[in-house]
Design a protein around this ligand. Structure first.
Ligand code: SF4
Ligand code: FES
Length: 371
């Protein structure tokens, strides 16, 4: 026994392949090729080990997890291991037969993404026609009686439509509506100038969320993921490094957070080589920023260090080159000026840079489109 409390959740990134081209995608610039994805048996073993480790819930994500033909077998393995499964999907590729198969395997809930309440704006942001398929997917999930969450990543192009977005979620029958401001990792960093909202937009949206929360209290859960670029407060990223959840990427790399692959020298372990229990409890990668011993000033002496864990390691690295520094999102960070400059810059909205059509960038060279 190591004394490390077990993880609560496992984010299983089953594939990086995706039919959409969202400019805010937080997946890395270089995506994992399909030929390097874990096999069915390897994912089933990951689920068995997750159950043994104490994981309660797994989010089956991607990319688009429906592109894995063996998704039902993976769901079934998780269910047998006592791990609840949530499908995190664009909705493309979900029909009645597929949903029935997934439910028979034990699927417990669905989280559906949509890019905007207006169909043409949603399609434009997603980089392809998709709104109608999402609407059909939502209806299927509700008719099947599964809990439905609707997730909308927010940015300059949809923050002024919060009322319509919440109304859409309600019309689709969502039990939970998640309004998540863009986090600038992976591909999203490439589009930061086009996605960055104004302070006024965020303030109006935040007021609208408060109004909706009052109206919906006790009926529909409304989650608002605060944008840390503007409020001067670091977020407790992932609930703390190696504290709540672990991520398994398509090729089996196991990370304390989805963006951690960018950190130099992390020496991330792989589920094909090591047990999840060893990775969670003993690997250098999961212990590197666990707890508070690794902290530098001002976090080291700060009363908030056990609440926000010094913010996000990946953001600290992306902006300062040192993952152990205080997250520049915090107004107490000596690097806070970097965040303020990015948030306050009058971005020229240069147009989205999309990934290459329908394939991972690794497979399609540096193919990007502007619209
Ligand atoms: Fe959090 Fe560190 Fe900022 Fe204190 S100095 S509020 S611990 S990020
Ligand atoms: Fe990696 Fe925040 S995204 S620690």
């Amino acid at each position: 026994m190591t004394g490390v409390p077990p993880p609560w959740a496992l984010l299983a990134e089953l594939t990086h392949a995706c039919p959409l081209h969202c400019p805010y995608c937080s997946n890395p610039l270089e995506l994992t090729r399909r030929s390097r994805e874990l096999s069915t048996a390897q994912w089933q073993d990951v689920m068995r080990q997750a159950g043994d480790l104490g994981v309660v819930q797994t989010h089956l994500s991607g990319g688009e997890p429906l592109l894995r033909a063996d998704l039902e077998a993976i769901v079934s393995a998780a269910e047998s291991a006592g791990v609840h499964t949530q499908l995190v999907t664009s909705g493309l590729g979900l029909d009645a037969a597929r949903l029935a198969g997934l439910m028979a395997a034990g699927l417990r809930s669905v989280q559906l993404s949509v890019q905007h309440a207006d169909p043409s704006a949603s399609d434009r942001i997603a980089g392809r026609r998709s709104f109608d398929a999402k609407e059909r997917a939502a209806a299927l999930v509700r008719e099947a009686g599964l809990p439905l969450g609707v997730n909308v990543v927010l940015h300059r192009d949809n923050l002024d439509a919060i009322d319509a977005v919440v109304e859409l979620g309600l019309a689709w029958g969502a039990d939970r509506i998640e309004l998540a401001n863009t986090q600038f990792y992976g591909w999203a960093m490439r589009n930061r100038a086009s996605l960055m909202p104004s302070r006024d937009q965020l303030s109006r949206a935040s007021d609208a969320v408060l109004r909706w929360r009052e109206r919906l209290a006790g009926r529909t859960e409304l989650v608002w993921v605060v944008p840390d670029y503007v409020d001067g407060v670091a977020k407790p990223c992932m609930g703390g490094w190696g504290a709540v959840s672990l991520t398994v990427t398509p090729d089996g790399t196991v990370l304390p957070c989805p963006a951690a692959a960018t950190l130099p020298g992390l020496d991330a372990p792989n589920a094909a080589e090591r047990s999840l229990a060893w990775i969670w409890e003993q690997s250098a990668a999961f212990n590197r920023y666990r707890g508070t011993d690794w902290m530098q000033e001002p976090c080291r002496g700060c009363p908030r260090r056990d609440e926000d864990f010094g913010g996000c390691r990946c953001q600290a690295y992306a902006l300062t080159g040192d993952a152990a520094r205080t997250d520049p999102a915090c107004r107490l960070s000596p690097d806070h000026g970097l965040i303020r400059a990015a948030a306050e810059a009058e971005a020229e909205a240069p147009g989205y840079v999309y990934r290459g059509p329908g394939r991972s960038r690794a497979e399609s060279g540096t193919n990007t489109q502007r619209v």
